[in-house]
Design a protein around this ligand. Sequence first.
Ligand code: PLP
Length: 458
Amino acid sequence: MLKSYKYRVIYDKLKQDIMSQNYSSNEKLPSKRQLAMDYNVSINTVKNAYEQLIAEGYIYTQERQGYFVESLNKLIIQQDSTINGGSALETIDLPFRYSFSHMATDNALFPIDVWSKRLKEAFNLFNKELSEMPDFKGPLELRQSIAQLISYKRGVTCHPEQIIVSSGTTHLLRSLLSLFDQPMRVGIEDPGYARFRQLCLDMNQHVVNIPLDDKGLSIYHLKQQKPDFVITTPSHQFPTGTIMPISRRIELLNWVTEQQRYIIEDDYDSEFKYGTDNIPSLYSLDKNNRVIYLGTFSKTLMPSLRISYMVLPNSLLQEYDKLTERQISDLSSLNAYTLHLFIKSGDYEKYIRKMHHIYSEKHHLFINSLNQTFGDDITIYDMKAGLHFLVKIKTSLSYEEIEKRSKHHRLELYTIQRFTSQDNYYDNSNAKTFVIGIAKIKPEDIQPAIELFKSILI
Ligand SMILES: Cc1ncc(COP(=O)(O)O)c(C=O)c1O
């Protein structure tokens, strides 16, 4: 968290409490030391927040006694008022103590000095290009680097012209679906990636939920629902972790080929497999231009970089180029050229190797600690891949109660409910299912976080 942001959180929260008269006039505020501990920040950060509140007249200080609330009248707020987005203040929460987020990465070893060096090089080498409006599909140099990378790593053989680089897979999916003037039937794995489901609903596409079986996406349901596009995560189903066997991959490819439909292969975390080799992509098996391939740097580098890409089959390329010809890219070209140099120099490969080792260790620690802490009360669906896995744990609490408690204890936790369309599908009265992300938490925090998790479920 940036220092200025931490200061702002404390300042906003106190201001909100004072304005809503949660403190009475002249009431003493918590000591700087106390707040510093509560928010896990330095005393100086709290002091900055207090000083700003003094400057604005919300509080005053008495030497050696601390900080006190000024005597203020309550500000009248009319029912229908929308002044200054006041409601946003109500959502300020304390930062999480521990995180089981499946979306995060571990940045501790990110080679920021190397990245900065490549950024400088990119600025000098591509100075002319950086002073111009970028190509909608992203810089050609980065597309060439990606083409080489995915050909070698994932068997995705394509021309750089087939690649579009953008600031996130949802943007790419949106631009793909915008090619069609009518709503498409889009098949989404259930459970599956909630952001894609939401995007399709927002775009008024016809979403059809395709249940899973032990091999991944169910062909039986696919044949019944007949979507125009089916979005799938065959290398590591999100969030259940199933790795789709070759028999199911062939069935899926044959169905889309016969029916003239498309697969959108979301290959979001295939770089991390612990113990097995990489599984070939669906794109590499396809001989009929039926697979659209999605890749991302959100797992291998970091999600905040916002660099993802899509490989279009030739059958869709012309139409896509025609429609997007005049559109402006949402990608930072400076980051894109930096990434190109980072890949070309071998820095990227080196970093992935390092992170593979780190994540493999964390994965191991997590599994051991969960087994030891929960014993017979836990079932772990461990596929030895990626940055998350599913667990089912015995508890009589409801999902809502667990979410409330984990928020209260400042544990970032996601239940399966977020990813399924069927409210009660996983709602077993004496067990609940969770998605456990392993990346963000520090190794030494794994055991205390799991103990906290257990205390929440009792
Ligand atoms: C299932 C799934 N697909 C795709 C992505 C990549 O999304 P983006 O490239 O927009 O960060 C993620 C990232 O967390 C994911 O979990």
